[in-house]
Each structure stands twice: as structure tokens, then as C-alpha cells.
Design a protein. Structure first.
Length: 124
């Protein structure tokens, strides 16, 4: 008999040797360690690792950037920028939910999302 698995568990992973052109969407946590030329959307957490490079928009509930993003970031719940990050574009997140570590390289405009920002279910 096959063992049932929880379909909400798992991880989307774009490895360092992958180059993706177009829109990427994940309903689960996603880690970008390769290059995405296009938009990245996630219903849960999006992590751009130290080796990750996104040339386009990143939108999700929680976003953590340790790599490079050349485009706008929109976090509906929380945005964390690690010291190894390089960001060019606009960063938007709810008030009090933007964390930027010392050493991060930013050429960015920060904007606060006013009012309640409930968890957003992004289109599939």
C-alpha cells in the first residue's frame, strides 16, 4: 500500500546551473540558486540564495534575498535582505517588516505597504 504524503510539503529549487527565461510560480517554498530572467512569484517563501540571480520582479508573502535581484521586490508579509545581497530596484513590504543586514549592496527605493496586508494567494 502506498504511503500518503502531505502535498503541502516540499521545496521548489532552481539550481545554480539552471537558467530560466520567463515567469516562475511556486505554491510552496522556493529557492533560487540559478538565474531567472523574468518574474518570480510564490505563495509561501521565496529565497534568492547567494548564488541566485533574478532579472525581474519578485513577489511573495515572505522574501529573503542573499543573492542578486535586478528588479522590484514586493513582500506581502516580510522582506529580509542578507549582508551578501545586491539589489537594484524598488523594495516594498509592510511597515516594520523590512530587515536589512549591514553590508548589503542596495541601489533601491524602499516603500512601506500601508494598512493591513493579509497573506496574498497569488494566481497559479
Amino acid at each position: 500500500m502506498a504511503k500518503k504524503t502531505n502535498t503541502n510539503r516540499g521545496l521548489g529549487y532552481i539550481d545554480k546551473d539552471l537558467f530560466i527565461e520567463g515567469t516562475v510560480h511556486s505554491q510552496k517554498k522556493m529557492v533560487v540558486s540559478g538565474t531567472v530572467s523574468g518574474s518570480v512569484f510564490g505563495n509561501q517563501e521565496i529565497v534568492v540564495s547567494e548564488k541566485g540571480h533574478v532579472l525581474g520582479k519578485v513577489e511573495g508573502n515572505k522574501i529573503l534575498v542573499a543573492g542578486t535581484v535586478e528588479g522590484n521586490l514586493l513582500a506581502h508579509k516580510r522582506l529580509e535582505v542578507i549582508s551578501t545581497a545586491n539589489i537594484q530596484g524598488e523594495m516594498r513590504a509592510p511597515s516594520g517588516q523590512i530587515s536589512i543586514q549591514e553590508g548589503a549592496n542596495l541601489d533601491a527605493k524602499c516603500k512601506v505597504i500601508l494598512g493591513d496586508s493579509p497573506q496574498k494567494n497569488l494566481p497559479s
